[in-house]
Design a protein around this ligand. Sequence first.
Ligand SMILES: *[C@@H]1O[C@H](CO)[C@@H](O)[C@H](O)[C@H]1NC(C)=O
Ligand SMILES: *[C@@H]1O[C@H](CO)[C@@H](O)[C@H](O)[C@H]1NC(C)=O
Ligand SMILES: *[C@@H]1O[C@H](CO)[C@@H](O)[C@H](O)[C@H]1NC(C)=O
Ligand SMILES: *[C@@H]1O[C@H](CO)[C@@H](O)[C@H](O)[C@H]1NC(C)=O
Ligand SMILES: *[C@@H]1O[C@H](CO)[C@@H](O)[C@H](O)[C@H]1NC(C)=O
Ligand SMILES: *[C@@H]1O[C@H](CO)[C@@H](O)[C@H](O)[C@H]1NC(C)=O
Ligand SMILES: *[C@@H]1O[C@H](CO)[C@@H](O)[C@H](O)[C@H]1NC(C)=O
Ligand SMILES: *[C@@H]1O[C@H](CO)[C@@H](O)[C@H](O)[C@H]1NC(C)=O
Ligand SMILES: *[C@@H]1O[C@H](CO)[C@@H](O)[C@H](O)[C@H]1NC(C)=O
Ligand SMILES: *[C@@H]1O[C@H](CO)[C@@H](O)[C@H](O)[C@H]1NC(C)=O
Length: 801
Amino acid sequence: MLSAESLMILGGLLLTLHLHTLPCHAAMDTISPGQELASGDKLMSTNGRFALGFFQTERNSSNNVPKWYLGIWFHTIPKFTPVWVANRENPIANLTSCKLLLSSHDGNLVILANDHQALGSMIWTSKANTTTNNTIAALLDNGNLVLRSASNESIVFWQSFDHPTDTLLQGGKFGWNNSTGLIRRLVSTKNTIDQAPGMYYFELFGHNGYTSMVSTFNSSKTYWSSGDWDGRHFSNMPETVGQTWLSVNFTSTEQEKYVEYTIEDPTVLSRSIMDVSGQLKVLVWFEGSRDWQAIFTAPKSQCDVYASCGPFTVCNDVPFPSCTCMKGYSIQSPQDWELDDRTGGCARNTPLSCEGNTSAAGMADKFYPMSSVQLPADAQNVGTATSAGECSLACLGSCSCTAYSYDQGGCSIWHDKLLNVRQQGNSVLHLRLAAKELQSSKGSNRMGVIIGAAVGASTATLVLIFLLIIWMRKGGRYGDDVQGGMGLIAFRYVDLQNATKNFSDKLGAGSFGSVFKGSLNDSTNIAVKRLDGARQGEKQFRAEVSSIGVIQHVNLVKLIGFCCQGDRRLLVYEHMPNGSLDAHLFQGNGTVLDWTTRYQIAVGVARGLAYLHASCRDCIIHCDIKPENILLDGSFTPKVADFGMAKFLGRDFSHVVTTMRGTIGYLAPEWISGTAITSKVDVYSYGMVLLEIISGSRNSTKQSTLDGVVHEAYFPVQVARSLLDGDIASLVDANLLGEANLEEVERLCKVACWCIQDVELDRPTMSEVVQFLECLCEVETPPVPRLLQAMAGQQPNSKIV
Ligand SMILES: *[C@@H]1O[C@H](CO)[C@@H](O)[C@H](O)[C@H]1NC(C)=O
Ligand SMILES: *[C@@H]1O[C@H](CO)[C@@H](O)[C@H](O)[C@H]1NC(C)=O
Ligand SMILES: *[C@@H]1O[C@H](CO)[C@@H](O)[C@H](O)[C@H]1NC(C)=O
Ligand SMILES: *[C@@H]1O[C@H](CO)[C@@H](O)[C@H](O)[C@H]1NC(C)=O
Ligand SMILES: *[C@@H]1O[C@H](CO)[C@@H](O)[C@H](O)[C@H]1NC(C)=O
Ligand SMILES: *[C@@H]1O[C@H](CO)[C@@H](O)[C@H](O)[C@H]1NC(C)=O
Ligand SMILES: *[C@@H]1O[C@H](CO)[C@@H](O)[C@H](O)[C@H]1NC(C)=O
Ligand SMILES: *[C@@H]1O[C@H](CO)[C@@H](O)[C@H](O)[C@H]1NC(C)=O
Ligand SMILES: *[C@@H]1O[C@H](CO)[C@@H](O)[C@H](O)[C@H]1NC(C)=O
Ligand SMILES: *[C@@H]1O[C@H](CO)[C@@H](O)[C@H](O)[C@H]1NC(C)=O
């Protein structure tokens, strides 16, 4: 519980409150007329559990101006925990002459600062409608500070429970009283040390006779609700929390509605807070760990909090909650950020060209694609834009537009702040940035040239080719340092010779050249591909660097760098300890991939391809998807590799690729018919690979029967027919011994058959495939592809280039 709870703390920041109360002068439990509570004094509840006094919160005594507060805290525990603060908006800088007393004028509680002025200045007052100046203040055993008539104790003028800050204590009420107009709600602190009100509210919300508790941002954007009170409980609150300790009670009368909570064991210290993170937490004190532990947190995920990381950030829940700035943005106020105050979020590094600064004039703003994100809140729909290009123009047309997204739902654009973007889902957000932000900038690196990556692919290609030309002109001298976001390292040949122990450990070979295992100085394992054949090598080299070199995705193999010295062309990748998929599927060398792993590989490859096809400004088509080009890392996460055939297509998608690429057996029919090539050729090949993942053997195998006749068994056709017959189990790899989830098998078969449809328009896109595989939508039974039956005689696995 503790570790889960500490993970909830964004950025790993721990509570940095320290208690700085002054040495105790006197401990009383009431303040009577004429008495004062001075800087070092404390008012104690009779049970000793709570104390009232002046305290200071600070992070670092050496910098900030001190901030003193009058407040109540738990007195019996070692960890200083304020539960109520009087002057949260008006801290005291110089405590020397401050004191709390009862006003002789109207009996109210007041904090006076004696500034050597006759009257002193009032820092805070309880502002109660008193009827007498004969009052006393007392700190009760439940932590409530009350101001009451000295002559009749049952007449209460004011109590701290009516004005909670971020904490609700047991015995306190939360809600509203319509006869007094009093609203009791919790408001988070500004940050982990500043007690000023922050942006997160927890309040009671009434609508059409129903009542719920809601968490809101600035009292306007609701991001969590307890659900309506149904007479016994709030529908979204669990009935029992922790070990059934917590019960929540709602009372509703004509005048007032309020919620109270009870922890069964009265000796347990507890508090409910609206945390600075925006989460509602019910915490109890554990003597064993000498710390607070949350027994209830809502919402569970930090990223579900509205504006959790602030504007222009990306919130990520895994592996632990974290906030990062969007590309081209930097943390606006690192100090606030460190104290968990993210309201400032991130700010643009370079102004947009329209922002009135002529230095950027002439350079139109560009868009940076952020993939696999959940789109921000408050989109504006532009119905008139019917293509991604029109959508981007719609955004460029307004200076306040900061991003657009174009998908099946049409064109959405966003103005001003982008909030609530998180790393989750399949959407692509195109972030508007100054053109300058997307070009490489100067820097340095130990290895030499680093090439700006993370850029719209074709721009990057141009930059890259330009740099390569400069590089070659200079005879491969390194030291010209160019650096960008995700860098590619330009290695010297001798470095790679050393890293691979003079190319001694060969991992594989093919028509392109050979791959060697190596290890860098920082003990990163690498795979070095040495391209052979001057012309062909050069083409493959460029294709690889310009495609995989400029993008990154967990399901695409990572290009670490390259070497381009004289006519030597080498590519350096991360090393994949589990080799390529074909070795595991077809060669039966001991390990049989279990079904779960197979399914995950299918999903991973689909994700990688979806990213490749959709995430960059210009579509990249891999053109050679087959098991040999799917590598597996240590945990069998698939990575699409070998971009030597990859092709960029501009957004008009009308290029006709003149040279046929790819491997027969995985080739879409349009390669052969010579019509225009789109990303659907990868979808087709992917479908073929899916079938091989299911069956554990090549799609096309020649089987000899007893009478010596060679019989063609063409698996794709078999699958398509079985889907119609409903006989799915027979399709699965026999090596799995029936250990496969048949629902998933059917899903994979259906998706595969849709992918290998003759007509490319019938095939899904890779992002649709991802959705199908993640069970987000129902898959219909596909028709049997007709061309396949005719093509069933092709030789598998021979490469045409
Ligand atoms: C306080 O600030 C100084 C200088 O900024 C730093 O060296 C020191 O480590 C800080 N102390 C704490 C407790 O953060
Ligand atoms: C605080 O106030 C006292 C008395 O008014 C004064 O003597 C002292 O100099 C002040 N301290 C600071 C840091 O201003
Ligand atoms: C209360 O107010 C009256 C007059 O307004 C004054 O005479 C009296 O001294 C005050 N009592 C106290 C305890 O200050
Ligand atoms: C205080 O009492 C006056 C008159 O009795 C009334 O007008 C006013 O609204 C009250 N103020 C509050 C905060 O209850
Ligand atoms: C105290 O005040 C309450 C409520 O106003 C009243 O009912 C009660 O009689 C008073 N008691 C005394 C001793 O005046
Ligand atoms: C609500 O206001 C009425 C009228 O002032 C008062 O009698 C009642 O006690 C109040 N309720 C709470 C819970 O403060
Ligand atoms: C009571 O007060 C709350 C909070 O101000 C308000 O939302 C609600 O409509 C009020 N109810 C009635 C019956 O006046
Ligand atoms: C919070 O709400 C207030 C009032 O509705 C508004 O003036 C203010 O701009 C809001 N602040 C933010 C950060 O949204
Ligand atoms: C809930 O409220 C009812 C009626 O006000 C009361 O009888 C009951 O004891 C309360 N339960 C808790 C756990 O506070
Ligand atoms: C415009 O650019 C200049 C130089 O780059 C910079 O000093 C200035 O602050 C910029 N002005 C605005 C409004 O961004």
